[in-house]
Design a protein around this ligand. Sequence first.
Ligand SMILES: C[S@@+](CC[C@H](N)C(=O)[O-])C[C@H]1O[C@@H](n2cnc3c(N)ncnc32)[C@H](O)[C@@H]1O
Length: 270
Amino acid sequence: MTESTTPADLPLPGRSDEDLPGHWLLARMGKRVLRPGGLELTRKMLRDAGLTGADVIELAPGLGKTAADILDAGPKSYVGIEADPEAVALTEKVIGRRGRVVTADASSTGLDDDSGDVVVGEAMLTMQSDRGKDAIIGEAFRVLRPGGRYAIHELALEPDSLSDAQKTQIRQALARSIKVNARPLTEAEWREHLVAAGFEIEKVRFAPMALLQPRRVVADEGPLRSLKIVGNVLRNGDARRRIVGMRRVFRQYRRELAAIEIVARKPDKS
Ligand SMILES: C[S@@+](CC[C@H](N)C(=O)[O-])C[C@H]1O[C@@H](n2cnc3c(N)ncnc32)[C@H](O)[C@@H]1O
């Protein structure tokens, strides 16, 4: 295990760069937007979900970046549900007294039935097994009021006709490079999981999967933070090797990988 040379103000100073999940490695280098479609798709998704005056539950807020955007939209309330205690502390710092963050698994939030108008979750379902995805989607359905919206921003595979062998190859390459058991789905598969839980699909959008492309990094992080990130990566050999490997896999499968937004609705009671 190599000692990290990470500055103390970056998250997760105690963990080694070699085996850190890709999103935490990028966070440690200073990256704050950790989802495949970037800020642009997040903002479209939040607009589609309709947050003003709503009771909003965010699953897996991570560093709290989307939490800040949600609060800017003027919800009635905000609750974050995050499994990682360090991420809970970071999100709490961002939201202050404007909401609360619970340390819990998104499949078992402890929230009441029918207690939210909107559930938001980004870059968190992709990393679950099929059964884990269904448990979280089922929990989102349970905590939403009838008519409530579940907005997700995840990684998709294209086209729907990819063979099982191609999907397995891509998933294995992603898992090896980002060190997370990433299991992106085709649009048809994402729809199937949501519909099986009882949701109706309201909106689907796509964006390029450009997480590590320079233009996207500058758009998401701004020029100053982008320079900081580049400096951190250049100073840290282990992190650099990992990030180059992640970029290689994203480029290799650029035709098959995309960011997807889906807003699904819990039907009104008839
Ligand atoms: C790739 S990061 C995305 C963070 C944030 N949503 C964003 O888009 O910037 C994944 C986050 O999901 C959280 N997470 C993963 N599985 C979870 C689960 N089952 N329940 C709650 N949080 C989970 C991780 O701790 C991490 O904060």
